[in-house]
Design a protein around this ligand. Structure first.
Ligand code: CA
Length: 233
């Protein structure tokens, strides 16, 4: 290892999986394979412990057995789905091949996926990866949606300001009123804290500050306009 600091760094994991399974041997096999595949694994042996771990630790996916002591897997899943803190954690339900009814109950309780016991480890890994991909696609979609909504909101606000500007412009009676409207429209559509407006004087040799928002326009000195030097001041 070229960098000695890297020796002390925690290896990057693909995510954290909580296994809630009362059969110690099965839990062990699942944990070994999931760790080998790059996941961090937290274990619980009953439904109550499972709920507690899911509420306290940052968990990405839960593998939940149906038949569990203290609180069964279906009830535990329902409780996790009712809690806003844990509601979005995907649950993969483990059900006995003989109890296919549990699959329906599990999906009704809020599980995303299920695995029928006995299963192949490869099957578990494939299912976990699918759930991870889906969860990350959901997160991307949510982020894009929020971004899009914010953009639409901003555009709607600008259009509203422009609409009001055009409407008020129709009723404006003099130069001062038109300039005031114009300044307000620029400030509202750009969000600028300070806006100043310079107009050319009659002699066409000075740019004079006529209006300012967020600063005192009388304090702003005029700028001279000179064919050779351009605008100075
Ligand atoms: Ca069990």
């Amino acid at each position: 290892c070229a960098n000695p600091n890297e020796l002390h760094m925690k290896p990057q994991t693909l995510g954290t999986i909580l296994i809630v399974e009362d059969e110690a041997e099965l839990r062990f096999i699942l944990a070994v394979h999931l760790r080998a595949a790059g996941f961090e694994v937290i274990e619980a042996s009953n439904g109550a412990d499972g709920i507690e771990r899911a509420t306290q630790d940052p968990i990405d996916v839960i593998i939940m057995d149906v038949g569990l002591p203290i609180i069964d897997g279906l009830t535990a899943t329902r409780r996790l789905k009712e809690n806003p803190k844990t509601a979005n954690i995907p649950v993969i339900m483990l059900t006995a091949r003989s109890a296919t009814n549990d699959v329906i109950k599990g999906l009704e309780a809020g599980a995303q996926e299920y695995l029928l016991k006995p299963f192949e480890v490869a099957e578990v890994l494939a299912r976990v990866r699918t759930v991870f991909r889906l969860a990350s696609a959901h997160r991307d979609l949510d982020r894009l949606n929020n971004q899009l909504e914010a953009e639409v909101d901003a555009k709607t606000r600008s259009l509203q300001v422009l609409y009001e500007f055009m409407r008020d412009l129709n009723h404006a009676t003099g130069r001062d009123e038109i300039l005031d409207l114009f300044m307000r429209c620029v400030q509202q559509t750009t969000g600028a804290r300070r806006v100043s407006l310079f107009l050319l004087n009659d002699a066409a040799n000075l740019l004079v500050c006529e209006r300012a928002l967020g600063l005192d326009y009388k304090q702003i000195p005029p700028m001279s306009v000179n064919e050779a030097q351009g605008i100075t001041g």
